[in-house]
Write a protein that binds this ligand. Structure first.
Ligand code: PLP
Length: 451
């Protein structure tokens, strides 16, 4: 497998803006200027300008001079995420917020009690850099129990400030400037920013709506001698796609054939309604080249605790920890104790968790269909995408900007998760990590869309 030393010989420009993001989809290849693309992260304002937000209040700044003072070139254009603007609009109009993927309910009491107990016991100082021993062990038990994978809790498992830090540490530790990472669009929004911070570049393969499939040949064409890794997310935010075993076997084959790493973001591993979740590391040849990332925030509905982890072979884990120790070093000691209890929960917890989400998914999908959206029912995660064209709308950003004020509901425009923005222009993402009364209220308000 390639090491840092090997990849450095393949370095290209030290200035990432001189490089290109490449989007592969629909059988064609489109080269885009990286800077121009990343500027698209901001929502364009109604007057053609782009907005950022300060102090939670949206404000506009000119699109053509969007260069942010003080900000380094490699982060120019990332600005404020769409979540910040949508959340601000939701607050301003007191909207039901189906935008951000944060549950509007707490996780189970036994985990809360375990955190309170840890605080009372005095487990309140820095913990071990790579995780409280009990949590590392609980994660190892979890990987064995669900995926029949053995990881050494002390040498192969690392705990971070959420999956977000795990993604950052992974890309910062493993990518040389000029390395390429193949990823699918739409993508979780931190991937590109983390790649930019690492000085690496993305090659993008489009998951084509409505099935969110892709041509295997397109994926293989995206790999070249500069490729360091394939970064994927299954179950997939925002499409709800659960990569099939056959797709993952093909990805595994490509990783082995081209001797590249796999970074597998599996934060929704316990939210699979149709099909099965296959942990990429469980496929032949993959344990030694896969970094599995997950998040207790998603599995136990405590997103604010920010506890995430990686499972990776020891030599890779050593590299990840070098980055992690200088970013946060460690995080949330009492919460780590509590999450350990979570990962050790009996089967009933995981089954109930899934069934409750299935009910929320079904309730929201049925309601959105009644309102008139084209519903792309998700096989996993707690998001659903809908086609807005049946209701006469064409543009996701305009739609999501109008929605909080017009009907009092907030949703996310997924074109911001695409390099090839046209592919997502007609879609809108709704989160169903909400109580049933909240989902019902959102649908009631959306029924006023036509008026
Ligand atoms: C695909 C994906 N990866 C990572 C994260 C981040 O997880 P965490 O809250 O643990 O940082 C999220 C959160 O929404 C996500 O959707």
């Amino acid at each position: 497998m390639r090491s840092h030393a090997d990849t450095s010989s393949q370095e290209g420009s030290s200035d990432p803006h001189r490089g290109h993001a490449v989007c592969l989809g629909r059988g064609d290849q489109m080269e885009h200027d990286r800077h121009a693309l990343s500027v698209g992260y901001l929502l364009p304002a109604k007057d053609g300008r782009r907005t950022g937000s300060a102090g939670g209040v949206p404000h506009s700044r000119p699109m053509s001079t969007a260069r942010s003072p003080h900000l380094v070139s490699r982060l120019q254009g990332f600005g404020t995420t769409v979540f910040a603007e949508v959340t601000a609009l939701a607050r301003q109009y007191d909207a039901v917020n189906l935008g951000q993927g944060a549950p509007d309910f707490d996780g189970p009491d036994f985990i809360k009690e375990a955190a309170i107990e840890a605080i009372r016991r005095g487990d309140n100082q820095y913990c071990r850099m790579f995780g409280e021993p009990t949590l590392n062990s609980a994660i190892a038990e979890h990987q064995r129990r669900f995926y029949d994978l053995d990881y050494d809790p002390d040498r192969e498992i690392t705990v971070y400030a959420g999956a977000t830090e795990a993604i950052f540490a992974t890309l910062a530790a493993l990518c040389e400037t000029g390395d390429e990472v193949v990823m699918f669009e739409p993508f979780y929004d931190s991937y590109r920013a983390c790649l930019a911070m690492a000085g690496a570049r993305e090659r993008v393969v489009t998951l084509e709506a409505p099935s969110f499939s892709y041509e295997p040949e397109t994926l293989e064409r995206a790999i070249n001698p500069r490729t360091r890794a394939i970064l994927l997310n299954t179950p997939h935010n925002p499409t709800g796609k659960v990569f099939t075993r056959a797709e993952l076997e093909h990805i595994a084959m490509l990783c082995c054939k081209h001797d590249i790493l796999a970074i597998s973001d599996e934060v929704y591993e316990h939210l699979v309604f149709e099909g099965e979740h296959v942990c990429l590391a469980s496929l032949p040849g993959m344990r030694d080249r896969t970094i599995v990332i997950s998040s207790a925030g998603k599995t136990f509905s405590f997103t604010g605790w920010k506890i995430g982890h990686t499972c990776a072979p020891e030599p890779i884990t050593r590299a990840l920890r070098t980055a992690h120790q200088f970013v946060t070093y460690c995080n949330g000691t009492p919460f780590q104790h509590a999450i350990a209890a979570g990962y050790r929960a009996d089967d009933a917890y995981y089954e109930t968790f899934l069934e409750e989400y299935r009910e929320r998914r079904d309730r929201l999908c049925r309601g959105l269909a009644r309102v008139g959206f084209g519903v792309l029912e998700p096989a996993g995660t707690y998001f659903v995408l809908t086609d807005i064209r049946p209701l006469g709308y064409q543009d996701d950003v305009e739609f999501c900007r109008m929605l909080p004020e017009k009907v009092g509901v907030a949703a996310i425009p997924p074109s911001s998760f695409y390099v090839n923005k046209e592919a997502g222009r007609h879609l809108v993402r709704w989160a169903f990590c909400k109580t049933l009364p909240m989902i019902d209220e959102a649908i009631r308000r959306l029924e006023g869309l036509g008026s």
